[in-house]
Design a protein around this ligand. Structure first.
Ligand SMILES: [Zn+2]
Length: 427
């Protein structure tokens, strides 16, 4: 780019986290949806954001959420997954989850995500067409997977109807870069062999990622071995589901052969460590996945099992989850939360790093805070000391969604009011 070329937004004087994970005090220019300039010059700009004492980095990719159940936050805590799901979550869902509930939930979730620096989320829940509208209106980016299970959901009577809907949604948003669609069979214990095969067909036909819970608990692993004579990964591989578009979320109880299969087929893994710890599911074998060269992303899971959408907390917990402090470094988890997450969803050509030509999904972290001083290594500060409240500004697709903590595309008061009104009824 020439010095004389103008930009729409210039992020000035920031410490910029570059694609190779080095950082430099330079300027970043955005034109339209793209990053058009990175350097020391000051191209003419329509708008200037002064990022002095701030770090500009790619926005977080929250690779596993259930945004539509956000209004259940804090309603059922301190339980194991099976009891939590069967005795609390499923009955609550059948009573309360409607199109309107999902809209109100997702608005609250997206508000929380933008305010904590998440610029893309990969969702699995119900009424994903409603979620798509929230994504369109708020300016965030998402990968939306309508949950496919063999029993009736709040949105569909059976798995086949759900699969037809996924095709419609994929077709409707085929040209949309901010609303992406995945196929999301919930798990091997809620989907039959036929349903899983159907999901694979749609994934092949529409080139969609497969978003599925895999080996989340020891029970899931042991039951699969007992009933199918295979681990969940071996079983899914026997159905030919595992390829580079396959995204296994949680993946806590992996055996050696599971990791080999995932490696051979280029399958992707999403870590949800706080959810796993809260539900007593276990700690994922992160070091082994890294050693095998698997592509790893990070998700928060829902706020009913977490209970927030805080990627900083997830990064910290993962980095601190191994007895060898050198096994999983700050830089590794920051990559999982950004570029590696993008790679897991096949979107690394578009997002996940600050590079000319990529979409401008950029967040600013404010280092002018007591808990972020002094500053020796910005990556260390972001991973080990920063909080969601330290996110100063958020840009997605070249549009400013939050500037100096002020929300520009969402009515924060109204969303919080709606959430409180719902909670009054649910109590
Ligand atoms: Zn989940």
């Amino acid at each position: 780019m020439k010095y004389s070329d103008s930009v729409d937004i210039l992020i000035k004087n920031g410490i910029v986290l570059l694609a190779d994970f080095s950082f430099k005090n330079i300027n970043v220019g955005i034109k339209g949806r793209e990053i058009s300039y990175i350097g020391n010059e000051e191209p003419q700009a329509q708008a200037i954001i002064d990022a002095s004492n701030m770090m500009a980095m790619p926005g977080f990719i929250n690779s596993h959420t259930h945004a539509g159940m956000h209004l259940f936050r804090g309603i059922a805590d301190d339980l194991k997954l099976k009891e939590w799901l069967e005795e609390h979550i499923w009955p609550l869902e059948s009573k309360w989850v409607s199109r309107d509930f999902v809209k109100a939930s997702t608005e609250l979730a997206v508000l929380e995500m933008i305010k904590s620096g998440i610029t893309t989320f990969s969702d699995m829940y119900f009424f994903e067409d409603e979620v798509a509208k929230v994504v369109e209106n708020t300016g965030i980016r998402a990968i939306l997977g309508e949950g496919i299970i063999d029993f009736p959901t709040p949105s569909f009577a059976n798995a086949l109807d759900t699969v037809s809907f996924v095709k419609e949604l994929a077709y409707e948003y085929r040209e949309n870069e901010r609303v992406n669609v995945s196929v999301a069979p919930h798990s091997i214990y809620t989907c039959s062999r036929d349903t899983l095969k159907k999901a694979k067909e749609v994934s092949d036909e529409y080139n969609l990622s497969i978003h599925i819970h895999v080996s989340e608990t020891l029970d899931e692993l042991l039951n699969a071995k007992r009933d199918k004579g295979k681990t969940p990964v071996e079983y899914l591989d026997s159905l030919e589901l595992i390829n580079s578009r396959f995204v296994a979320v949680h993946f806590v109880h992996a055996e050696k052969n599971d990791i080999n299969i995932m490696k051979q087929r280029s399958g992707n893994v999403i870590l949800n460590i706080q959810s796993n710890k809260k539900l007593g599911s276990g700690i994922p074998h992160v070091k082994e996945y890294m050693n095998a060269g698997l592509t790893i992303g990070i998700g928060t899971d829902s706020v009913v099992s977490n209970n927030d959408l805080d990627m900083f907390g997830e990064m910290q917990d993962i980095a601190m989850s191994d007895l060898d402090p050198q096994a999983i470094r700050a830089k590794d988890v920051l990559a999982f939360a950004t570029i590696k997450g993008a790679e897991a969803w096949g979107m690394d050509g578009l997002i996940g790093s600050i590079e000319v030509g990529k979409r401008a999904d950029i967040i600013l972290i404010d280092f002018k805070r007591p808990h972020l001083q002094p500053l020796y290594n910005p990556i260390s500060s972001v991973v080990y000391a920063a909080h969601p409240e330290d996110v100063d500004s958020v840009i997605v697709d070249g549009k400013i969604l939050m500037k100096h903590r002020e929300m520009l595309t969402m009515d924060e008061e109204e969303i919080l009011h709606n959430a409180r009104a719902y909670a009054e009824r649910i109590k």
